[in-house]
Design a protein around this ligand. Structure first.
Ligand SMILES: Cc1cc2nc3c(=O)[nH]c(=O)nc-3n(C[C@H](O)[C@H](O)[C@H](O)COP(=O)(O)O)c2cc1C
Length: 193
């Protein structure tokens, strides 16, 4: 495969689209879209998010040590984009984009009602990366929409309809089709192709 070199940049996809909900010391909630988010440990369950040090969200997390990562469904692409181009330093984004919040179980930051998957997190440590801070947090609770489970109790990913972000080309897509079963279909190649 012939390739073109892009140099040191941030073109990489797909990425999940998440809205991080946080709260400041005065109790004001904030919503911020983030794509540099992921699970980074199973034992203990740990989430990592990379935040520019100037974000209102980062300031809130430093103050309260808690936040929620909310998976964004494809139906909320425009609202997510709004939360990624406006700052809580200047406005209350939930009012502007019409999204709703409800109390979480373990943390003071709220759950995004319209998100089918909310991850409650408590700050553990951070790593300085130039202007960014890689924040690692313990996962305290995960809420998954009841409507995403089928009769046998299996999660049906189509019902979550996650919004996929393509970093570098700056596009939002939906999920597309299932191609294989993880930890299973790769076994077909044991012994060679
Ligand atoms: C699709 C998308 C993904 C983004 N991902 C991140 C990210 O992972 N980390 C980050 O610091 N900013 C990211 N941003 C930028 C912030 O969302 C943006 O600067 C926002 O205004 C910060 O909000 P706040 O100041 O209210 O926290 C992203 C923006 C978009 C549109």
């Amino acid at each position: 495969m012939q390739k073109r070199q892009l140099g040191p940049c941030v073109t990489y996809f797909p990425q999940p689209t998440s809205i991080i909900t946080s709260i400041d010391q005065a109790g004001t909630a904030n919503l911020m879209t983030a794509s540099w988010v992921g699970i980074v440990s199973k034992t203990p369950p740990t989430m990592a998010v990379s935040l520019h040090k100037g974000r209102k969200t980062y300031e809130n997390i430093l103050q309260t040590k808690e936040f929620v990562v909310n998976m964004v469904p494809a139906s909320l692409a425009v609202e997510a984009d709004y939360c990624g181009i406006r700052s809580g330093h200047k406005e209350i984004k939930s009012e502007a984009c019409g999204l709703s919040l409800e109390p979480a179980e373990q943390v003071k930051a709220s759950l995004l009602v319209e998100s089918p998957l909310n991850v409650e997190c408590r700050f553990v440590q951070e790593v300085e990366l130039g202007e960014y801070r890689l924040v690692m947090a313990e996962i305290l609770q995960i809420h998954a929409a009841e409507s995403a489970f089928d009769e046998s109790g299996t999660m049906d990913v189509r019902r979550f309809d996650p919004l996929v972000y393509l970093g570098g080309v700056r596009e939002y897509w939906d999920l597309g089709n299932k191609r294989a079963q993880a930890y299973t279909d790769g076994k077909r190649l044991v012994g060679g192709k």
